[in-house]
Design a protein around this ligand. Sequence first.
Ligand SMILES: [Zn+2]
Length: 272
Amino acid sequence: MRYIEPHGHMVSRTTDDYEAMVLAGCQAVCEPAFWAGFDRTSADGFRDYFRQITEYEPARAAKFLLPHFSWLCINPKEAEDLALAADVVALIPEFLAKPNVLGIGEIGLNRNTRNELKVLEWHIDVAVKHDQLILVHTPHLEDKLKGTQLIVDVLKSHPGVKPGRVIIDHVEEHTITRVLDHGFWAGITLYPDSKSSPPRAVDMVEITGGERLWLNSACDWGVSDPLAVPKAALEMRRRGYSADWIDRMLYRNPLQFLSQCPKFRLGEASAG
Ligand SMILES: [Zn+2]
């Protein structure tokens, strides 16, 4: 089988993980900028992190013949400090021309605060101004339903946002239709013991039909599984789905969304 890992925090993973993903059929990995397991204290910390995910991580992935792409932002977990956030958002344009950068993300909300909303709006402005794809994180510690609705409202109220160029990630049973019904793409994040398990994810795919959906593993610094997407494929096979249907869900769907960025090209390792 072949699949795309559209949301993996590979700076947290080992080379063994890269090897296992490639052996399982991974054709590309996309790394949204996010919390790195600790709060950074300056914009320079983010500049170094942006260099890591646009220069060094693609080179590490290339050793396993895996194309690596990235997304840029200051994540909502660190966006409460508006002065720091403004400095980091100002850094983003200088990295947008990097050959592996797909867009702005993962932006969104963590605790649904006023400051997080303001930084979300700044990021959307940058994305629209530079014609970038958008990847959105929805909260899971605080009220996901409320946070998702706030995010949808902000995106819908911005005249420059095209819903088909936005993916709203970490949807669950109670938020997925609120995302899809507005024309956005939706991401289902698979975790061993939080967010969605493979059986729950496949239930959601079945209920909604599988249009404008992708599955991802996040594979971050916490308890997580870099092989969660191929394990969801196993769940699909158990339920009797064809290889073509699984290929559509785990390869062609993310390919369709990500190919809206002309830099997303497979078949050769992306240059760092
Ligand atoms: Zn993430």
